[in-house]
Design a protein around this ligand. Structure first.
Ligand code: NDP
Length: 270
């Protein structure tokens, strides 16, 4: 008997990292999970593994920047399952670089994925959640959405927006009395591939990432090296650490929580 038996969930950016761990953990508690991503091969492999393990999951290609894609996936879930209980707005990117060197195109691309994607997800999920008068939306922000992150200013701005967007929509949903809760999660340094994908690379001499020694080659910083320097506990967290918080927010264990910012950061912001 899982905590999420009978629930239907959608997780974006679920082919890798935190999103994949969240999808696996939600399935582990009995939810039917729709995974979406732009990495179709990895997404399909993830679903095949979940299905082979006895879980129920589906993969769809979805770029969270596109409204038509949101209409498609939420329409499909409504048609096939008749409900949507959990939305994890997880897809995100990080672009490093000082504000004076940040190309407008990079700034806009980051905001389109990190903010527009969250906006569109909530816009299209809430009406379906309202049908059954319950739902949990979990928006993945960052510790960089709680305090400034020199060297990652654009990312920090986008994640700060996710926090206040979450709180504002939580207030709107609470006032509707339809049982939809909206919370944000703020991971610290988590051991995923995002650290090796940062366009513009990481300047080890600057700001947030000062004192980090990159390995040979561009964009090959090891998150465990960053965790060792930055996290008071002395190491980077794992995707499962964030997935545990996501399951808590998805389940009725957190039924009195909405508009909250759940920090999981090994003491980084303490
Ligand atoms: P990963 O890069 O490991 O996984 C993110 C997934 O989202 C990738 O498969 C990525 O594909 C996909 N994605 C990128 N752009 C889009 C898009 N437009 N539409 C749909 N999917 C997309 O990242 P993490 O698991 O580390 O990050 C997950 C979330 O957690 C992000 O929002 C991130 O900002 C946040 N976070 C992560 C932290 C960390 O230390 N890892 C710390 C704080 C917050 P592709 O590989 O092509 O980019």
């Amino acid at each position: 008997m899982g905590k999420l038996d009978g629930k239907v969930a959608l997780v974006t950016g679920a082919a890798a990292g935190i999103g994949l761990a969240a999808a696996q953990a939600l399935v582990g508690e009995g939810a039917i999970v729709y995974l979406t991503d732009i990495e179709d091969e990895r997404g399909a492999q993830a679903v095949a593994a979940i299905t082979a393990g006895g879980g129920t999951a589906f993969y769809s290609s979805q770029d969270v920047r596109e409204e038509a894609g949101w209409e498609d996936i939420i329409g499909r879930i409504k048609k096939d399952q008749g409900r949507l209980d959990i939305l994890v707005n997880n897809a995100g990117i990080a672009i490093a670089g000082s504000i004076t060197e940040m190309p407008l195109e990079a700034w806009q691309r980051q905001n389109a994925i990190n903010i527009d994607g969250v906006f569109l997800g909530m816009k299209h999920a809430i009406p379906v959640m309202d049908l059954h008068e319950s739902g949990s939306i979990i928006n993945i922000s960052s510790v960089a959405g709680l305090k400034g992150a020199p060297g990652l200013a654009g990312y920090s701005g986008s994640k700060g927006a996710v926090k206040l967007l979450t709180q504002s929509v939580a207030g709107e949903c609470a006032a509707d009395h339809k049982g939809v809760r909206v919370n944000s999660v703020h991971p610290g340094i988590i051991d995923t591939e995002i650290w090796s994908k940062m366009p513009n690379g990481i300047d080890p001499t600057e700001g947030l990432l000062a004192n980090i020694t990159p390995q040979d080659g561009a964009n090959t910083v090891n998150p465990q090296d960053i965790g060792a320097v930055m996290a008071p506990v002395g190491y980077a967290g794992m995707p499962q650490d964030i997935a545990n918080g996501i399951v808590f927010l998805a389940s009725d264990d957190s039924r009195y929580m909405t508009g909250s910012a759940l920090v999981i950061d090994g003491g980084l912001t303490a």
